[in-house]
Design a protein around this ligand. Structure first.
Ligand SMILES: Nc1nc2c(ncn2[C@@H]2O[C@H](COP(=O)(O)OP(=O)(O)OP(=O)(O)O)[C@@H](O)[C@H]2O)c(=O)[nH]1
Length: 601
């Protein structure tokens, strides 16, 4: 293959600006996918992605495009997710490309993640091709948006295609721009093999399937390869590309993006960001890997059926292959038994992992409330990192507690600035700055505790701005805070998995709302159950769950057997996601009750 005819690129955009729709159109137009096979958002291969309408995992496809200059080009298109939780996946896919198509919604203009993604692309030295999408919308203002991109990002938009990914209008111009603007890969086909691992999945028959970008040299079936980070060696049994169906080839050439299988059964041997070389003619040094992403949010995951502990470990190991930012280690809870403390990039990531474990590995899980990592300085001068509130040392031993803050950039139309400032203040935010974007919008810069962001900040932000604000944040630093551990007691028994760390000023209101919430969520039992919130052994809030009087079946006197069955079925369903803790059955929702706490007094 002629290397000068290869183009490797990603599509980047703010969430919902139309990346996946554009990818669909491109696949259709290059006839990579036959029309009858076309389902919407074909690159979103996880069921979950299609249901939620968001892209979570990156996906790479090869497609062939006959350009107006009469030549045929080979494109490798890597789709990327848009949500702030998945920035890590974006930077991974960008490292495999020479260019990026930047999609901006003609009705919305630039948003927080448009900028964040552009900066990632610039960090990776990518050529950026701006594209204005959704010009079919009556509210589209393509000329205004073009000007905005030129002013705010400094990208020349004179030739930016004005498209509708939905109808296909002018999508071909995007492909022509890709050919013209994005450089061909620069690697040396004669040099020793260097391929960057950017993703992997586990296949039960063939072992780990490794996705690579060949930077130098080539990979051929039969080659003995070596992972440079851990020296593990394997023989390549199959290799190829996706279009998006798997296509087997004899070799992956220099500059190509594809996959190989080498009967790798030990999932620990493959890590994304690693460099693959040849065992008999190795490269001198590895490619620069990825910046390691540290999880921001932790929670405990426990099987509802304790016998499934090993299955859960297996599933987590396999999922980690495909999701490098997931972390986990074994932990035990007095209330929930054996499980794992897992680290995630954010709440959406946590949600997605939990759902994938349940669907793809058929597990039923209880997840505890998410927590950030606190730095706990002890009176003896040492510091411990606390990712599980239950493990906080006794108050007497604590000198001070620090919590992580983020620098949040919130892009907001002028009329909502007041509402957003109020929200940030309520969430203990510290005002930093305000940047002017255009006559209608500004960016507010705040420092906010991550612990507040992971709760319901995003939802609150959306609702107080009717969805017009957008948020991007990055971790800034740890700051001292007046934090306390709040314990929850059910029937007088401390439930370790329900403990949380809160700011002292919020303890009473949150204690109250959490006990009320638990009262709603925990089903009545044969006896009355007191629900109490305590700080340092002192009860600060209390409610009672009244004892059960009626039985569910009492309502259906004799006759209607199908209704009776239905009720019993429902009860069984509900049971699955419950965990008996001491004498009380606790449903999954109860562990998440802290997330829906309202601070409005
Ligand atoms: N009217 C109109 N709607 C569009 C166009 N392109 C995309 N949409 C719609 O915009 C919504 C978001 O599109 P997606 O392609 O899912 O957005 P995305 O950027 O891939 O979002 P994530 O994958 O979640 O990051 C969908 O409802 C699309 O149907 C367009 O050109 N015109």
């Amino acid at each position: 293959m002629d290397q000068s005819k290869i183009r490797n690129f990603s599509i980047i955009a703010h969430i919902d600006h139309g990346k996946s729709t554009l990818a669909d159109r491109i696949l259709e137009m290059t006839e990579t996918v036959q029309h009858r096979e076309m389902v919407d958002q074909i690159l979103d291969s996880l069921d979950l992605e299609r249901e939620r309408g968001i892209t979570i995992k990156l996906n790479a496809v090869q497609l062939k495009y006959k350009a107006k200059d009469g030549e045929e080009y080979v494109f490798h298109l890597i789709d990327t997710p848009g949500h702030v939780d998945f920035t890590y996946e974006v930077s991974r896919s960008l490292a495999a490309c020479e260019g990026a198509v930047l999609v901006v919604d003609a009705a919305q203009g630039i948003e927080a993640q448009t900028l964040a993604n552009v900066y990632l692309a610039l960090d990776n030295d990518l050529e950026i091709v701006p594209v204005i999408n959704k010009i079919d919308l009556p509210s589209a203002q393509p000329e205004v948006v073009k000007e905005e991109i030129e002013n705010v990002i400094g990208l020349d938009c004179t030739e930016a295609p004005l498209i509708s990914a939905k109808t296909g209008l002018n999508v071909q111009d995007v492909l022509e721009e890709v050919v013209k603007k994005i450089p061909a890969p620069a690697g040396d086909p004669q040099a020793p093999l260097k391929a960057l691992v950017f993703d992997s999945v586990y296949d039960s028959y063939r072992g780990v399937i490794v996705f690579v970008r060949v930077k130098d040299g080539r990979i051929q079936v039969g080659d003995k390869i070596r992972f440079m980070n851990n020296q593990a060696e394997y023989e390549v049994l199959e290799c190829g590309v996706r279009n998006p169906k798997e296509v087997k080839l004899d070799a992956l050439e220099c500059g190509e993006v594809g996959w190989f299988a080498a009967s790798i059964k030990s999932v620990q041997d493959v890590s994304v960001g690693a460099t693959v070389t040849k065992a008999d003619n190795p490269a001198n040094e590895a490619l620069p890997g990825y910046r390691k992403m540290n999880p921001m949010v932790y929670c405990g995951l426990y099987p509802t059926d304790s016998a499934k502990y090993n299955d859960l470990r297996d599933a987590l190991e396999k999922l980690k292959l495909n999701d490098a930012s997931l972390q986990f280690e074994a932990e035990t809870s007095q209330a929930l038994g054996f499980g794992f403390r897992c680290g995630f990039l954010g709440l959406l990531h946590m949600d997605v992992v939990q759902e994938r474990l349940e669907r793809e590995y058929n597990l039923s899980l209880i997840a505890t409330a998410p927590s950030v990592i606190y730095h706990c300085y002890l009176t003896d001068g040492s510091m411990v990192k606390i990712d599980n509130p239950a493990h906080l040392p006794e108050v007497q031993r604590i000198e001070r507690l620090e919590e992580p803050y983020v620098t949040a950039n919130i892009m907001v139309p002028n009329e909502y600035i007041g509402a957003v400032m109020e929200l940030c203040q309520n969430k203990r935010g510290i005002y930093k700055d305000m940047h002017y974007i255009d006559a209608n919008r500004n960016t507010l810069e705040y420092e906010i505790p991550l612990g507040e962001i992971v709760f319901d900040f995003f939802d609150k932000l959306k609702s107080c701005t009717k969805g017009y604000a957008s948020l991007d944040y990055e971790i800034s630093e740890y700051k001292k805070s007046d934090l306390v551990k709040m314990d929850i007691l059910l029937n007088g028994e401390l439930i370790d998995a329900l403990s949380i760390i809160v700011h002292r000023d919020f303890a009473y209101t949150r204690g109250n709302s959490i006990t009320v919430k638990l009262k709603e969520l925990i089903p009545k039992q044969q006896f009355e159950i007191p629900v109490q919130a305590a700080v340092n052994g002192k009860i600060i809030a209390r409610t009672n769950i009244k004892s059960l009087r009626k039985n569910v079946l009492a309502k259906c006197y004799g006759g209607d057997i199908s209704r009776k069955k239905k009720l019993l079925e429902k009860q069984k369903e509900g049971k699955k996601r419950m965990k008996a803790v001491g004498s009380v059955e606790i449903p999954q929702e109860a562990f998440m009750a802290v997330l829906s706490m309202d601070d409005d007094k």
